[in-house]
Design a protein around this ligand. Sequence first.
Ligand code: ADP
Ligand code: MG
Length: 376
Amino acid sequence: MSAQILPGATLGVLGGGQLGRMFCVAARTMGYRVVVLDPDPYCGAGMIADLHIKADYTDQAALQEMAGQCDAITLEFENIPSESVRFITDKTTVYPVAESLEIAQNRDLEKQFAKKAGLQPVPYFALMQESDLQQAASEVGFPAILKSNTLGYDGKGQYVVNDLSELSDAYDQVGKVDCVLEKKVNIRCEVSAIVARNAQAELASFPVSENQHRNGVLHMSIVPARVDDRVAQKAIDGASVLADAMSYVGILAVEFFVSDDGVLYFNEMAPRPHNSGHYSKDACVTSQFEQQVRMMCGLKPGDTRLMSPVVMVNMLGDLWLPNWADIFAQNNIKLHLYGKTEARPGRKMGHFNVLAEDVESALVVAEGVFTRLSGN
Ligand SMILES: Nc1ncnc2c1ncn2[C@@H]1O[C@H](COP(=O)(O)OP(=O)(O)O)[C@@H](O)[C@H]1O
Ligand SMILES: [Mg+2]
């Protein structure tokens, strides 16, 4: 059993976007020194870290330097090359491990893994070559969604297709890379379950959140999720089984669809804190970022109890510049900005959490503020 890593030690994060930044804030608050590696000199985590190594994720000298400084390293997103993670693994403690990362990087692999663990992925076909198109179409049916196996996020690399010719066009568009063709599910709602597991196999789960998307991007998370308790428990159990099956260490977020007919489908997993878990920063005893620190340090998972119903709303670059006075006029809103100077449409600039006695009241405030922010 590895020793616990305690305050005063140095923690590293590969990736300096908003997830890396919120990790840095949590780690520094808990008394750790933090190092971030990200090529962007202006990245949001760089401003918070004790040291920002400005280098590419494949730069071995930089990785070596980071590993030399850090007692443990984690990642902020799954598209960090797994070779880089392997490279530092024998130099310092790294969680999640490269094997977990490789599963979560690939849609086909993660669905196979979920299926083996007893979860139910959306019916799909793994498309490896052009001659598979016909068979994929007849097995999955239409409408369907074509997704590249790797590197997709926030709906990127995805095409809704309604017939074979649209499928063929989409396959060309995506560059004929390995893909999955998924049945388009009639979604009643989307939920996610976030679990934390340490090297001692101690596991804790966060309350399930109900997620509303717009244009493939998370718009709002509502907690407690307005789903049957059995559905919520099944999502938590599914995420826990997956974490155990991978001997996972870190934060694991699992997205599910609840279909019109009540089936809970596994969608995808992320080996890191998740946008749909940002509510935990204000509404849980332990946030998902503090939990990330605890897991990589071999500490006991913190209490994940929900202290208040909450609605999280993402703020994208489309809304810029917001009317800050309007936001602060609400006494139950917690604003979180990511330090990004350039606002582009679709870019995640921040989020706010609305805490209230019940989710209905939180929703009224959240929707009111969001509507005024969007100017309609
Ligand atoms: N098979 C599907 N059926 C219906 N909607 C889907 C399906 N796959 C994805 N979506 C919608 O698109 C969103 C983004 O897709 P997802 O696979 O989670 O990709 P990303 O990696 O971009 O988050 C989902 O949250 C959901 O709203
Ligand atoms: Mg997703």
